[in-house]
Design a protein around this ligand. Structure first.
Ligand code: ADP
Length: 481
């Protein structure tokens, strides 16, 4: 099974969110099951700065797109049995950020990611890798399906290729003005409702939904939710029309990177049998953020994009009540300016109770997973969510809104039966959030109950083996059909 895997961010090379974790881990687990996987991503500045031993694969190729000759190169990096091919076009990718700055998205994102898609297809040809499956992720990779459907239709090199499109987040669709089609060398007839047109603009994500052999989302519940108007982001009708080829496969965790007994980013290692190291991590976390964090009151962590999706506005509204419960809050995140300002003010007012770092920082993220008692995820919607899975492995009890993958992966704790691994609330309102946090805080006070709950959370197994096997089975179904 030859698999070409296209993603705009891949760990450990470049990351803004969960897609990078998935695109870093899934290929390795597919390879362990016998698949030959080649990963394609752009050569961002962030990758350059890592000074990896990159191997030149193509020096000076050109692509003729929209009447212009655009130069590019390709480099490769091999690690853990996987080869990653980096599309190098500095004009497009040698920039500070992946998709845009705080001021907004880069205005040429359409051209950038269309180029990435086409150069990836040409690289497959150049290295003689004719894939059985081309697996693309999110809107940044979706135009590859438009090229295969048009410019490359009938190309014998891709004649056997079946395609899979995975939606990690339906809200990010890649919307561009009509002239983008000509500029990236796609035929103008795609601008109609049954193809890529979407309320007067071009929608890149639609190419993935329409032209792929099958579509997956990152949890079973989210695959159902996106077929409803409430979660469909204007595409629920289209998704319903593809429901026979729409699957939900829950993301996994790569426990080689996310394991408190081996994690090198945390100050002290620990496991379910001996939680002494967790106490040490808590102490270090409190010191790092200058928090009082008394032992009898729970430290509540968040590692999150500061975006509307993540329910930070609900946290802001509930903040006083959460502090009233005795919680100490530790938040690592970056994004929305208004949310940042609110949280900075709250931190200033309660420096010993509210810890805040506005940054994207892998080490501090690991320290929060390890050093917190409770982990809060009040998302308005959540396609899968990885942070609750990481938190559980680190013995940090999730308090989550019952939506998407959060609902699929967290079970409400029943103190009498001793079953469950976290706390859930349904309405996206401050009151229900505070109630769920209060249930967690009450359990925290009962040490035997809490030990049971932490043990339950740490025992949950989200390892990739199962999900990778589900993907491989789907690949096999698609290639056999
Ligand atoms: P999403 O992809 O929607 O942001 P996920 O839960 O799927 O949400 O994945 C988020 C990933 O990004 C996790 O690996 C999380 O640890 C990481 N992350 C989010 N914000 C930060 C941050 N500020 N610093 C470091 N890691 C972060």
């Amino acid at each position: 099974m030859k698999v070409a895997f296209l993603a705009s961010e891949v760990m450990p090379y470049a990351k803004t969110g969960g897609l990078a974790d998935v695109a870093g881990a899934l290929p390795k687990f597919l390879a362990a099951l016998g698949a030959q996987v080649r990963v394609f991503m752009p050569l961002y500045r962030e990758v350059r700065k890592k000074n990896l031993p990159l191997e030149p694969v193509i020096d000076d190729a050109t692509l003729e797109i929209g009447g212009e000759k655009l130069a590019y190169g390709v480099f490769a990096h091999r690690a853990d049995g996987i080869t990653v091919f980096f599309i190098d076009r500095p004009e497009y990718f040698d920039r500070d950020c992946l998709y845009g700055t705080a001021a907004g998205d880069y205005p040429d994102n359409g051209e950038r990611f269309a180029f990435f898609a086409r150069a990836s297809l040409e690289t497959m040809r150049a290295i003689g890798f004719s894939p059985d499956i081309l697996h693309g992720h999110d809107w940044q990779s979706a135009l590859v399906f438009a090229y295969l459907h048009t410019v490359y239709a009938g190309d014998p090199f891709f004649a056997r290729t079946r395609t899979l499109f995975t939606i990690h987040n339906l809200a990010y669709q890649g919307l561009f003005d009509r002239p983008i089609l000509a500029r990236v060398g796609l035929p103008p007839w795609l601008f109609n409702m049954n193809d890529l047109e979407f309320y007067g603009r071009v929608n890149a994500l639609k190419a993935g939904i329409l032209y792929s052999t099958a579509v997956t989302t990152v949890s079973p519940r989210y695959s159902r939710e996106i077929q409803t108007p409430a979660f469909g982001c204007g595409l629920d009708g289209l998704l319903r029309s593809r429901s026979a080829a729409l699957y939900g496969i829950l993301n996994g965790v790569d426990y080689r990177d996310w394991n408190p007994s081996t994690d090198r980013l945390i100050p002290s290692n620990y496991g379910p049998e001996d939680l002494a190291g967790k106490k040490a991590c808590r102490k270090e976390l409190a010191a790092l953020f200058g928090l009082a964090a008394p032992a009898d009151l729970p430290v509540t962590g968040m590692v999150t994009r500061l975006a509307g999706q993540k329910g930070l506005d609900i946290v802001c509204e509930a903040l006083e009540d959460l502090l009233g419960l005795g919680l100490t809050l530790v938040i690592l995140g970056a994004g929305d300016q208004k949310i940042q300002d609110f949280l900075l003010a709250a931190q200033k007012k309660n420096p010993e109770r509210v810890g805040l770092k506005i940054a994207f920082d892998e080490r501090i993220a690991h320290m929060i997973y390890a050093g917190s008692d409770i982990f809060l995820i009040p998302s308005r919607y959540e396609p899968c969510g990885l942070t609750q899975m990481y938190a559980m492995k680190y013995g940090t009890v999730p308090v989550v809104r019952a939506t998407g993958g959060l609902d699929d992966s967290v079970q409400e704790f029943d103190p009498r039966a001793g079953t469950g691994n976290g706390f859930k609330f349904v309405e996206a309102e401050p009151g229900p959030l505070v109630d769920a946090a209060a249930r967690a805080a009450a359990s925290f006070k009962r040490s035997a109950q809490w030990r049971k709950l932490v043990g339950n959370a740490m025992a949950v197994d989200f390892s990739w083996e199962r999900s990778a096997a589900a993907y491989l089975e789907l690949y096999e179904t698609l290639t056999a059909a």
